[in-house]
Ligand binder design. Structure first.
Ligand SMILES: [Zn+2]
Length: 281
């Protein structure tokens, strides 16, 4: 099954609503069945608030997923910094119990002044460390999704994310197709371009894991160094287009949660994706 939903609230949400607990009914009325909640600026939200949100979304059978804090950077070698990144993840997982959320999406890390090779080696060894902590705390039922990134200074190509997921079954790729397209200067055009990515995942992680992915989809403006900014579906210049991806998802019977990160119209664009997908026979 494919679920569609917004990352946070659309601008239009605030025309009639104020509180995020209202987002459950709001999304349900629009036929959406997923919602990504952001801990991007930290996990400093009360357990009561999260519990209320979790219950509101569960009542409407909408699946909540979570985006981890932006401060995370596993590409470093400094032990203290790595420990901080681990703690951001572990704190997020603890908070997610109240939200009844299972999937945590995170940005693997930035190169800063290192070569890509060194940065990637750090990511892999630090994620192994994180994996051990997660098991030690009994949190291995959560799914951690390293995200494909859009800027050249970030770790997170499709192949890099696959390498991270090879570490342990607790990891699942978060394919941000807007980022993949921006990183590669507009590489996603045809069904084949998308199918190739799923093929790479299936051959590396196995067919079952390849059919269960987390997806972010939005159009993103890019330049020489990759991602510049998130756009809306109004854009016709940068892409990528959802229609060819919808066909691949249908053909390959892929189960995914698809989160739209359009700038201000994320719920509306998620609805558009849902109708494109459902129109395929
Ligand atoms: Zn992200």
């Amino acid at each position: 099954m494919i679920k569609f939903g917004p990352s946070g609230n659309s601008d239009s949400f605030y025309e009639t609503c104020k509180q995020s607990t209202q987002a459950a009914a709001w999304c349900y009325a629009r036929g959406l069945n997923a919602y990504e909640y952001s801990f991007a600026r930290g996990t400093n939200i009360s357990n009561e608030t999260l519990q209320a949100l979790g219950e509101a979304f569960a009542n409407y059978d909408i699946e909540i997923t979570v985006h981890a804090p932006y401060f995370i950077n596993f590409a470093q070698s400094d032990a203290q910094m790595v420990e901080k990144s681990c703690q951001y993840i572990l704190q997020s997982l603890e908070k997610m119990k109240y939200l009844k959320a299972k999937r945590l999406v995170f940005h693997p890390g930035s190169l800063t002044k290192q070569t890509r090779d060194v940065a990637m080696k750090n990511v892999l060894s630090n994620l192994k460390l994180l994996r051990d902590k997660i098991y030690a705390q009994g949190l291995q039922d959560f799914i951690l999704c390293p995200e494909t990134m859009g800027k050249h200074g970030q770790i997170g190509t499709v192949s890099e994310v696959i390498e991270m997921c090879k570490i342990d079954p607790i990891f699942m790729p978060a394919l941000d197709f807007g980022h993949i397209n921006a990183y590669q200067g507009g590489s996603l055009k045809t069904e084949y371009d998308y199918a190739e990515i799923f093929q790479e995942i299936k051959s590396a992680l196995g067919s079952a894991r390849g059919k269960q992915v987390h997806i972010h989809f939005s159009k993103i403006e890019y330049g020489e160094k990759g991602e510049l900014k998130h756009l809306t579906f109004e854009d016709t210049k940068y892409g990528p287009e959802f229609a060819p991806l919808a066909k691949v998802l249908k053909q390959q019977d892929i189960s995914a949660i698809i989160i739209c990160e359009s700038r201000g119209t994320q719920a509306e664009d998620a609805m558009t994706m849902k109708s494109i997908y459902e129109a395929i026979s």
